[in-house]
Design a protein around this ligand. Structure first.
Ligand code: SF4
Length: 435
């Protein structure tokens, strides 16, 4: 890859390393030429900082639905080793992307440690670090917003969530709305709090071109954050949310013009029957930029099981065009997740992503072939193959071994196994027909 040209620019000139893109395309089961065209249009992105080597993970049209896992310290709980362990476990469990959302401790040190322990693309939310540059969050300078981006870009961060879409127009919509939970995006809340306190425009929005200069230098992908994402079913699909998407669509165009890859983030909490409209509107307003959804959670009352509420929403959203699903753990809304919570969250999101791939253009056949193989393995009572094809082989095996059947079937029905009874009956019928 040329030093000064970005992935997007190289794709437009058809100058991407063909051997490299061929391998990426093969992994995804898509045509390499087609993949280059989609990258050139910005409808597929491959986040990768020029300073860091990582496994390429294309996101967007035709390629498989991806999963992101968040780790990171909180003010209440700083245990760097545990956050590193979470990142490693998330990658092992199948997370395609990992973000460090640390807000406490030595942020530079923590970020580098987590980033160096994983092989998949690595993301951050730089405003968390910017907010720590002043004693009081609202006192950070406009420069601090950009300093944090620069430090992290230089470090090798592959993609960054930047809440550039929230501006005075959307904040006014928010202030005039009857939202129950107001703003639930942490980065969004910091930005809006700063704007209102200082009576100034969001620096990321005002000086977006400057931001793009920094990102472009290291070929960092921007994930345009939805600061106004609704945080509960009551608030879903209001004007403030759509107002922000109109702005995000404009910013996507600016990113593409500057040669910077962009994806767009979406909500949050959305009732099932509004997911289709929400996803299609976002895709339309944001010129088919890859869509990164935070869930969406389809109910507010699944505390302790929010990974399931999010997986239901993620699968439906994936069916309508969401490209990257952010995991949610059983700890959501309750506490900082444990290592086990992270594993559960990734697995739940992987199930949602695969369910979406079963109906996604470009992935349908490949995904269905896996399910077909699983069904064959079930028919043949081939347990090893079933474990191998499972999204969580370890757990599948553990449950099977816990109450092993005396027969070749499982202990749910034992000798009364429906598959076995019908299989035997059909075999016997076949024998007598042939005799
Ligand atoms: S025993 Fe029952 S649950 Fe187990 S494989 Fe056979 S039909 Fe399925």
């Amino acid at each position: 890859m040329g030093k000064s040209e970005t992935m997007l620019e190289l794709a437009r000139k058809n100058k991407l390393d063909f051997e490299w893109i061929k391998k990426v395309a093969e992994t995804e089961g898509v045509d390499a030429e087609k993949l280059i065209r989609l990258i050139a249009k910005g409808e597929v992105i491959v986040p990768k900082n020029t300073k860091r080597e990582c496994i390429p993970k294309p996101v967007g049209r035709l390629v498989s639905t991806k999963v992101n896992a968040n780790v990171g310290t909180s003010v209440d709980y700083v245990n760097v080793e545990e956050e590193v362990e979470k990142a490693v476990v998330a990658e092992k469990s199948g997370a395609d992307f990992i973000m460090d959302l640390s807000t406490a401790g030595d942020l530079n040190k923590i970020r580098r440690k987590i980033m160096n322990s994983i092989n998949v693309p690595f993301g951050t939310v730089p405003i968390y670090q910017a907010a720590r540059m002043a004693k009081v969050v609202v006192d950070m300078s406009e420069d601090d917003f950009f300093k944090a981006v620069e430090v992290q870009a230089k470090d090798g961060v592959d993609f960054m969530t930047i809440h550039a879409g929230v501006n005075w127009i959307s904040v006014e919509r928010l202030l005039r709305s009857n939202r129950l939970l107001g703003v639930v995006s942490r980065g969004g809340a910091i930005t809006i709090g700063w704007m209102i306190h200082n009576e100034k425009e969001n620096p990321y929005y005002k000086d977006f071109d400057y931001l793009l200069e920094i990102l472009r230098e290291y070929d960092v992908t921007v994930s345009l954050g939805d600061a106004l994402r609704p945080g509960c079913i009551y608030d879903a699909s209001d004007r403030a949310k759509y107002m922000e998407f109109i702005v995000l669509g404009e910013l996507v165009e600016k990113c593409r013009n500057a040669g910077v890859q962009a994806m767009v983030e979406g909500p949050g909490h959305v009732p099932i029957d509004e997911i289709e409209t929400s996803v299609k509107a976002m895709k339309y307003l944001c010129k088919n930029a890859p869509l990164y959804l935070l869930g969406p959670l389809v109910t507010d009352i699944a505390a302790g099981y929010d990974h399931i509420a999010a997986a239901i929403g993620g699968a439906v959203a994936g069916m309508y065009g969401a490209d990257l699903i952010c995991y949610v753990t059983p700890s959501e809304h309750l506490a900082l997740p444990t290592v086990d919570d992270v594993r559960e969250g990734v697995i739940a999101a992987k199930i949602a992503a695969h369910a979406a791939d079963l109906v996604k253009d470009g992935q349908r056949e490949r995904a269905r072939a896996i399910d077909y193989e699983m069904s064959l393995a079930r028919k043949d009572f081939n347990w090893e193959k079933q474990f191998r094809l499972s999204i969580d082989p370890k757990k599948a095996r553990k449950i099977w071994e816990r109450r092993k059947s005396k027969s070749e079937a499982c202990s749910m029905c034992g000798d009364m196994c429906a598959i076995k009874i019908v299989k035997q009956a059909l075999e016997e019928a076949g024998k007598s027909r042939n005799s």
